[in-house]
Design a protein around this ligand. Structure first.
Ligand code: F6P
Length: 550
């Protein structure tokens, strides 16, 4: 079957790229004062400005046709209807049902999933209210003050990111901790800060078989029992979030203390499910529901807006324009908000685990780039680390600049000094990356600084900037639960749009499974007395070297 890059629309886009690439972004803005108006979309208080991309009206028209060619809208509708679009795992993809706010049924495998979703939410409400009010007591009668979420990947990154992002909404008497790494340092450093009397462990694992999570959970249970010495107290201090009731019971957690979700919720799309329990405990269930509402609003927009006005679809298409036509395979997430410091790692899993694939839905090797190498850091910290490369490096890195207009934190003069400086840096970066600095501008600047003669000539090339670096700006009023919900869902649907156009299944993760499989083969070898000869030369030598010195 032919691939998308064989289509005539792809060929038209390739030709169009050749026509447009020699016109700089600076020229585009110079020629068209109305560019911002043409290339921005607003949804409630969320603004996407994509005018600083190498595009014209014609580009958007062609990209919209590409989305139509790939039937993005048809696939989107199939996802929302609960059809089995995760073909390799034979599952529906229904994380959107978890945030559905209307009364309509959503069917998966012949069953309406909504009653189950609502029941778990009710159970989460009861539980979080009890913990937050102090009604739920630990084994010595004290209220819970520390909540340790033990999980990894989607069972960690989403809740950790959201708890960090919504700190201003967090209950002061509860401290959320997240333990994910199998490296004993992670659990050990958290346990040092906790007292078993007031600690609640949340074992978060869709499968309840993940090696890191289960090892950490057993070690946490041992730590608890060593201090408490009474198995019957486990039920006051351990709860589970999982799809695997049997394994939860086997571990020794009362299934009454289990918050269920289902196989149609992908791990990296699961923060909306019971996996969000740590979020609800920290910010309260009402705020958690606001987060869900924000996600739902973005779903409605994604479902109903025409492609050219559809924020996630446009973001997905711009990504394809950069990756496949301008050959720019990385993407930076640059949030100008300290509380979004975990957004980039969260989106790394969401994007790279979803679209980091070279095999398409038909089992063919794709012959174009797919998911970008995604990375990032908060502003302004990143400016003093890697932005030099963004401005003058040989790699061009398309970036999303993300910025709240108002801060939760009053700091400095008038309570707004810090935030104004942050805002000005955000604006300055997107502007300078786009506009650059010409030879003549650099010369004028250097002359003004008082340099003379040869100094000027040798200095000009160093102070010249090509500009022409594509960026999107995402602005919103304030980082609230609802806005955060919109932003997360926006990225989920952007990833979906790209996966459909590349014809890959964004909902499996065989690469990760492969790593897990090999780790299981290696583990027993580390304890064997005799030298290992089972693997390749390098692997055997590494194992034997470790055995010699461990
Ligand atoms: O990283 C691979 C993965 O399978 C993710 O998709 C998932 O989020 C993570 O492991 C954790 O899985 P589980 O929730 O089953 O422990």
């Amino acid at each position: 079957m032919s691939q998308i890059n064989q289509s005539s629309i792809w060929q038209s886009l390739s030709q169009h790229k050749k026509d447009i690439e020699s016109i700089s972004l600076r020229e585009m803005f110079h020629k068209d004062k109305d560019r911002f108006n043409q290339f921005h979309i607003q949804l409630n208080d969320l603004l996407l400005d994509y005018s600083k991309h190498h595009i014209s009206k014609e580009t958007i028209k062609l990209l919209v046709n590409l989305a139509k060619e790939a039937d993005v809208e048809g696939w989107r509708d199939r996802m929302f209807k609960g059809e089995i679009i995760n073909s390799t795992e034979h599952r529906s993809v229904l994380h959107t049902a978890l945030r559905n706010q209307n009364n309509k049924s959503i069917m998966s495998d012949g069953e309406d999933v909504m009653p189950k979703v609502r029941n778990v939410l009710k159970k989460m409400r009861r539980f979080t209210d009890e913990i937050r009010s102090g009604q739920w007591k630990g084994y010595t009668g004290k209220a819970i003050t520390n909540v340790i979420n033990i999980g990894i990947g989607g069972s960690d990154l989403g809740p950790a990111m959201v708890c960090q992002a919504l700190k201003p909404y967090g209950l002061k008497t509860i401290t959320p901790f997240f333990v994910s790494n199998i490296d004993g340092a992670d659990l050990s450093q958290v346990l040092e800060k906790c007292d078993p009397e007031t600690t609640l462990f949340i074992v978060a694992s869709k499968t309840f078989t993940t090696q890191e999570t289960m090892t950490n959970a057993f070690s946490a249970r041992n730590w608890f029992l060593k201090k408490v010495g009474d198995n019957s107290q486990i039920k006051k201090h351990f709860v589970a979030l999982s799809t695997n009731q049997y394994a939860v019971a086997e571990f020794g957690i009362d299934t009454e203390n289990m918050f269920e979700f289902w196989d149609w919720v992908g791990g990296r799309y699961s923060l909306w499910s019971a996996i969000g329990l740590s979020i609800a405990l920290y910010i309260g269930i009402d705020h958690f529901e606001e987060l869900l509402k924000g996600g739902f609003e973005m779903d409605e927009h994604f479902k109903t807006a025409p492609i050219e006005e559809n924020i996630p679809m446009i973001m997905g298409l711009l990504g394809i324009w950069c990756i496949n036509f301008f050959d720019l395979p990385t993407h930076a997430i640059l949030a100008y908000d300290q509380d979004l410091s975990k957004l980039a790692p969260y989106l790394q899993q969401a994007d790279m685990e979803s679209n980091g694939k070279f095999i398409n839905r038909n089992g063919e090797h794709v012959n174009f780039h797919t998911g970008p190498v995604l990375w990032g850091e908060v502003g302004t910290n990143g400016q003093h680390a890697f932005y030099q490369l963004l401005h003058q490096g040989t790699e061009i890195v398309p970036a999303d600049f993300i910025m709240p207009i108002q801060s939760h934190y009053a700091m400095g003069k008038d309570g707004n000094e810090h935030h104004k400086i942050l805002l000005s840096n955000f604006i300055a970066q997107t502007q300078s990356l786009m506009i650059g600095k010409t030879y003549d501008e650099a010369r004028a600047e250097i002359e003004k600084q008082g340099y003379e003669g040869e100094d000027i000539e040798s200095f000009i090339p160093q102070k010249t900037f090509e500009g022409n670096r594509p960026t999107s700006s995402i602005l919103f009023q304030k980082l609230t639960p609802k806005t955060l919900g919109q932003i997360i869902a926006m990225y989920e649907h952007k990833i979906f749009t790209q996966g459909i156009i590349w014809n890959i299944n964004s909902f499996d993760q065989w690469g990760v499974e492969y790593g897990k499989q090999i780790a299981k083969q290696v583990l027993p070898k580390l304890s064997e007395k005799t030298p290992t000869t089972d693997f390749d030369g390098s692997t055997n030598s590494l194992i034997n070297y470790i055995k010699k010195y461990q």
